[in-house]
Design a binder for this molecule. Structure first.
Ligand code: ZN
Length: 330
């Protein structure tokens, strides 16, 4: 068998018009060169359409030919001819690696992409978006989660006086009773903080200030807004995938409550805790007050766990980890 083509030595750019010849016992030679080797040592490139095809030799030289059919025959005669196997293998590898890539991409997107996107959106949204969202969420949570405070006017006034020096003009503390939340405090996106009677009844003033610092951390880092955007973003993706726009739009109406039920992510809690620790240090309040408050809150929820509809522990995850971390904060 003789296949005409061009030989490149790989040492110079010179192209040599030549021919590849198949001899007995599957030996191969190239005319006008000293190449003489076993067919199995050849690396015959796969066929791509009707383009020129390459054969590579171990010494780095190569041979180019248009005779695809002859090269196919040659390739089939190779002992390691596993063209189909090779193809399948490379395809399988391709499929598996694209699967892995897709998986990694999705995981990365949800771990870093979604938070980064929401943070960016939250930081760039105009301030009155937070105000609007906040006043809407207040309406909804007042309707669904809170009842009026049962504390005396005098007690409430004392607390307002306690909190006032630490609040900026657009921040406000509201006091409510909540069977659903029990001892708890929440921050709405517009800087409104809500403390429950149940929390106030079990904590000292210093501990309340520590909780205030924590909630101010949520406000400062725009966690409420980010959580809202995050749920909307996921709903948006969900709508894109399923086309279930009705489901998505009805869920958007329930977002503020959804947010309260699910609480914040661990990262948000960590950020708020760090903010609280700085806050306490800055105002010369013992930082143990935060741990004291957390301990009391966890205990309170441990006791009335069965009665509490929404468990503080589920909205504020990993209490132990959180407390342990705080003891190591300098
Ligand atoms: Zn929190």
């Amino acid at each position: 068998m003789k296949i005409t083509g061009i030989y490149y030595s790989g040492k110079s750019s010179a192209a040599l018009s030549s021919a590849l010849i198949l001899h007995a016992e599957n030996r191969v030679s190239i005319n006008q060169t000293d190449i003489y080797l076993s067919l199995d040592e050849l690396d015959i490139a796969p066929r791509i359409g009707n383009g020129n095809r390459w054969v590579y030799f171990p010494d780095g030289s190569s041979f180019e030919s248009q005779d695809n059919d002859a090269l196919d025959t040659l390739s089939k005669r190779q002992r390691n001819h596993g063209l189909s196997l090779h193809l399948l293998e490379s395809k399988l590898r391709y499929i598996i690696s694209s699967l892995i890539f897709t998986l990694i991409f999705c995981v990365c997107f949800f771990i870093w992409g979604v938070p980064a996107t929401t943070q960016l959106i939250a930081q760039t949204l105009p301030d009155n978006t937070s105000k609007l969202l906040g006043s809407q969420s207040l309406e909804i949570v007042d309707r669904t989660l809170f009842e009026p405070s049962e504390l005396s006017d005098e007690k409430q006034q004392t607390l307002q006086t306690l909190f006032k020096p630490y609040l900026s003009p657009d921040q406000r503390v509201l006091i409510r009773s909540s069977e659903a939340l029990g001892a708890n405090a929440i921050a709405l996106p517009n800087g409104i903080l809500i403390f429950t009677d149940e929390l106030i009844n079990i904590t000292t003033e210093q501990e309340l200030l520590a909780v205030l610092g924590h909630e101010l951390g949520h406000v400062e880092h725009k966690h409420g807004l980010q959580a809202l955007i995050r749920s909307s973003l996921l709903l948006f993706v969900y709508t894109l995938i399923t086309g279930d726009a009705a489901g998505a739009s009805s869920s958007i109406a329930a977002l503020p409550t959804l947010l309260l039920e699910q609480g914040y992510s661990r990262d948000f809690e960590r950020e708020a805790d760090d903010y609280a620790m700085d806050f306490l240090k800055q105002h010369n309040i013992p930082r143990t007050a935060l741990m004291g408050a957390l301990n009391k809150i966890y205990q309170a929820h441990e006791i009335d766990k069965k009665e509490s509809l929404r468990d503080y522990l589920s909205s504020h995850p990993a209490p132990k980890e959180r407390l342990e971390r705080l003891t190591t904060v300098e």
